[in-house]
Design a protein around this ligand. Structure first.
Ligand SMILES: *Cc1c(COP(=O)(O)O)cnc(C)c1O
Length: 402
């Protein structure tokens, strides 16, 4: 059986709705967001869906994170706390804006930063905290926001993997002052590439809007290029697809949750495997479905299971990312602007201490996680096939041990 894949039509949800909107944009002749109707509609509808005052559409999730950081406007050498288990697109913008990424450790069972790990990473130079809701499971963003508010530090939520996830009954993307979503090919909804910045803060939202528009305040009187900024606008063609996708988001998320719950039930008694923990009151939206594999019970751990699954044509990902961000060349070797190492040369030495002993949760998480393929087109037969394959793989690797 072939599982639906988010790399092609089998695992994505495109139809006549997207086509009709794209055709209408082409017929209008206005393909730029500065002149069209699709982008304002997307921004208004996503703001209403989340329940926030402002949304700014842009060209990618990376651009959304970048605009959020530019909105907060760090001074060179200011610190931004984040996670090392994330997409590099969530970290590179910190450096482009002259700030220092300071990595908080994560909870090994979820891969998320916690209030405690964030608190341990605070310094008098902390300007902002990026809270990533990894795989669609909300981080402790309520506690982290409380901690940040008390110190006048901005919170930026990275919701690229967490559309409609909820912490304590409240949607993620409404806790932070300025928050980022991605519309990239593999996310819950997609335009191929695209992003959204969302939040209630008037000042940050205006800065984010200007940042994706070369610093130019469209529609205001006496405009000027107010500060250093780039063009990372979305196009009307992408916004058209995003509008159609947005109408399918709630159903897609509901299907992901229903199928994930079914998978969790079927894997409950498999030895050596932990299914995703979901605290009461929280809503996990399963961008991916991850297992935690105990190598004491299953010799070889996640890679051994992945090899077995591959024999049956199922592509899973041990480690999710090969290594924490601070082990990647760009950060490890400070490969930034010419030979300057800027802005790393401005950092406190402790902020650049990436010794393994400081990240026990991070390394434990990467060693034990197995990311299964997953999307909103999974149906019962796919989940049942996947569960059966996992059970068989565990039995095969563990050599029939109970
Ligand atoms: C995908 C992703 C990004 C980057 O989004 P792009 O649209 O690929 O630029 C940032 N953060 C996280 C957590 C992501 O999953």
């Amino acid at each position: 059986m072939d599982l639906p894949s988010d790399r092609d039509a089998s695992g994505r949800s495109f139809g006549p709705e997207e086509l009709a909107r794209v055709a209408a944009v082409l017929a209008s002749g206005s393909l730029t967001a500065t002149a069209g109707a699709q982008t304002p509609e997307l921004e208004a509808d996503f703001a209403a869906l989340l329940g926030v005052r402002h949304v700014v559409a842009c060209s990618s999730g990376t651009a959304a994170v970048h605009a959020a950081i530019a909105a907060v406007d760090p001074d060179p050498g200011d610190e931004i706390i984040t996670t090392s288990i994330t997409d590099m697109g969530a970290i590179a913008p910190i450096l482009y804006q002259g700030a220092i990424p300071v990595f908080a450790d994560v909870e090994p069972t979820t891969g998320n930063v916690t209030a405690a790990t964030v608190e341990a990473a605070l310094s008098d130079r902390t300007k902002a905290i990026i809270v990533t809701h990894l795989f669609g499971l909300p981080a402790e963003v309520d506690a982290i926001t409380a901690l940040a508010d008390a110190r006048g530090i901005a919170v930026i939520e990275d919701c690229a993997q967490a559309y409609l996830a909820e912490r304590g009954g409240r949607k993620v993307g409404t806790f932070g002052a300025v928050n980022a979503f991605s519309l990239q090919q593999g996310k819950h909804i997609t335009t191929g590439e695209g992003g959204l910045v969302a939040g209630d803060d008037d000042h940050f939202a205006r800065r984010a809007r200007l940042f994706v528009n070369k610093g130019w305040p469209y529609g205001e009187s006496g405009p000027d290029h107010e500060f250093l900024a780039i063009n990372s606008r979305i196009s009307e063609l992408q916004a058209a697809v995003a509008n159609a996708q947005l109408e399918k988001l709630a159903a897609g998320v509901a299907q992901r949750i229903a199928m994930a719950d079914r998978l969790t039930e079927q894997l409950a008694d498999v030895p050596g495997i932990e299914t995703p923990p979901v605290p009461a009151g929280d809503r996990h939206v399963y961008w991916k479905y991850c297992l935690r594999v105990d190598p004491e019970v299953i010799p070889g751990g996640p890679p051994a299971i992945a090899d077995e699954l591959k024999l049956g044509g199922i592509a899973s990902a041990p480690r999710y990312i090969q290594k924490p961000a601070f082990r990647c060349a760009v950060i490890r070797d400070q490969v930034t602007f010419g030979s300057s190492h800027w802005p790393f040369d401005l950092a406190r030495p402790e902020a650049l201490d990436y010794d393994e002993s400081r990240f026990p949760g991070t390394f434990d998480m990467l060693d034990r996680v197995l990311v299964l393929p997953f999307n909103e087109r999974y149906e019962e037969q796919h989940v049942d096939h996947l569960a059966k394959a996992i059970r068989a793989s565990v039995e095969s690797v563990a050599g029939g041990r109970p």
